[in-house]
Design a protein around this ligand. Structure first.
Ligand SMILES: Cc1cc2nc3c(=O)[nH]c(=O)nc-3n(C[C@H](O)[C@H](O)[C@H](O)COP(=O)(O)O)c2cc1C
Length: 285
């Protein structure tokens, strides 16, 4: 059990890549961990990692912060193969993506799609715990369609020494809408002795306080979209003043400059920034 509450930055594919993380860590330090957006094993390719994935994991792109790579697959052999390569880059912890709700992922029985096959998940975990000498954590939803599916899933997770169980209490079908199932999350806390991290809809420091008050057994809170809306959120939760506009501006401009360097055309940079602005606009009256 962690003694102090841990605050994590969630993986957001296409947004929280190494450029975002570096700028965020520089201007808004304080996250206990950053989770790297998912890596997909490529067993039939000569390349172990795509260019995006490699940039994301290179130690020189992750200096000074604790980053945890995440793998998306339902084949234990592919998971082990990729995790061992990550170990060569110095990583001692990997996260399993059991939450991605997108149709293309779910139709291949991966991400939250894998949750429809609890026996398959059990077999997968048994093999990877057997084969790997690393910390292994899980990021999961409650199930495919019905939150009660989590009762069976939790029985399986409880069989393994997970470094952490990060729960986003929605089903795959709910994507990012509807209210999280707080009652099923509370039930899960009663039924496990694993360290549990809460994730979902924590957008303000008040939201975070509320979660910590309601679920005092949790060891951490992971935030995604809330950090995009207010990059200083973790600092505020830790008692800092609201970040002033100049700091936000410096963060924004550094990100913009880094994307201009990294990306071939203005249009791509524009799309990248527009996506960020859709969240960041909440920082302004
Ligand atoms: C654009 C986008 C990309 C995401 N990419 C990932 C991912 O690569 N891996 C993952 O586990 N979750 C991913 N998620 C889910 C988030 O990590 C998080 O679980 C979800 O947004 C709920 O937390 P929040 O309300 O704090 O944002 C993504 C979510 C969004 C909106």
């Amino acid at each position: 059990m962690e003694e102090t509450m841990q605050y994590y930055v969630a993986p957001l594919e296409g947004i929280t890549g190494y450029i975002f993380r570096s700028a965020h860590h520089k201007y808004f330090p304080g996250a206990d961990k950053y989770f790297i957006p998912f890596i997909e094993p490529k067993p039939n390719s000569k390349k172990i990692f795509s260019a995006r994935e490699l940039n994301d994991i290179l130690p020189e792109h992750n200096r000074g912060m604790r980053t945890v790579p995440q793998i998306l697959t339902n084949k234990w052999e592919d998971f082990v193969w990729t995790a061992k390569h990550l170990q060569e880059y110095g990583y001692d912890e990997v996260n399993i993506n059991l939450g991605c709700p997108s149709k293309t992922v779910v139709s291949k029985k991966r991400g939250a799609g894998f949750l429809a096959d609890p026996e398959g998940v059990d077999d997968f975990l048994a093999h990877i715990f057997d084969a790997l000498d690393m910390k292994i954590s899980v990021k999961t939803r409650l199930g495919r369609e019905d939150p009660v599916e989590f009762r069976w899933l939790l029985e399986i997770y409880n069989k393994y020494p997970l470094a952490e169980l990060i729960i986003h209490p929605r089903t795959q079908k709910e994507f990012y809408g509807f209210t999280p199932h707080y009652e099923m999350f509370a039930e899960a806390l009663e039924e496990t002795s694993l360290p549990v991290c809460y994730n979902g809809d924590v957008n303000t420091k008040e939201d975070c306080r509320e979660i910590e008050k309601r679920f005092p057994q949790i060891t951490g809170v992971m935030m995604g979209r809330g950090i995009l809306r207010n990059p200083g959120l973790i600092g505020e939760i830790r008692g800092e003043e609201k970040a002033d506009i100049r700091r936000l501006r410096s963060f924004h401009d550094e990100l913009y400059a880094a994307y201009q360097q990294e990306m071939p055309g203005d249009t791509q940079v524009l799309f990248k920034m527009k996506e960020l602005w859709t969240y960041l606009r909440h920082s302004f009256s």
